[in-house]
Design a protein. Structure first.
Length: 200
């Protein structure tokens, strides 16, 4: 199902289009979201919280412009399963300590918000339709911190990761980084060791 070819002009048209998202079949959902965002870069007032404004846009329209690694991380390091996140826009005028509350969705169709300062991902609406009809719940009772998917990993799980191709590559990069800083660190230690007692 394609997004509307007519650019939305009102909050009513936005709500109608967001309702369409519930009819989109699973393999096409993220493409639908990308099309929706690219064709409808407007600002609308949300019903909740009072005074909140949604600016529809992609990653390039957020303070994380050009930081594809951040977007990749939102999909890999917060939720229990690895997902592909698509930015829907930013919300301003909330209690978020950061200037922009970045909204995104993924294959599960829920709407998540990244609050920047607290480094948490909040589930703020069940879907885009609910976002349009009710607004968002922030802060959310359902939030995820960076690294949460790894909290139940056993020693054996970590051993598998370390011995995998990715684990070995990361280990090699880490050793290379340590080796590149080793000389400077040793020089600093020598200079502080030779300093007079009590000197800072």
């Amino acid at each position: 199902m394609a997004t509307s070819r007519v650019a939305i002009q009102s909050a009513g048209q936005l709500l109608d289009l967001l309702k369409e998202s519930t009819k989109v079949k699973d393999p096409d959902y993220l493409k639908w979201v990308s099309d929706f965002v690219s064709k409808n870069k407007k600002t609308f007032t949300l019903k909740n919280p009072a005074g909140a404004r949604l600016k529809i846009g992609g990653l390039e329209d957020t303070m994380y412009k050009g930081n594809d690694g951040k977007l990749n991380g939102w999909g890999k390091f917060y939720l229990p399963e690895i997902v592909t996140m698509k930015v829907v826009g930013v919300v301003e005028g909330t209690s978020c300590p950061c200037d922009q509350l970045v909204l995104m969705t993924c294959e599960d169709r829920k709407v998540y918000a990244f609050d920047g300062e607290e480094e948490e991902l909040h589930m703020v609406a069940e879907n885009l339709k609910e976002l349009g009809e009710k607004g968002l719940m922030y802060p959310s009772s359902q939030s995820y911190y960076k690294g949460e998917p790894f909290k139940h990993m056993t020693k054996e799980d970590w051993d598998k990761v370390r011995n995998s191709e990715v684990g070995k590559k990361l280990d090699k990069e880490h050793r290379k980084l340590v080796d590149s800083k080793k000389f400077k660190l040793l020089e600093k230690l020598k200079s502080t060791k030779g300093a007079a007692p009590g000197a800072v």
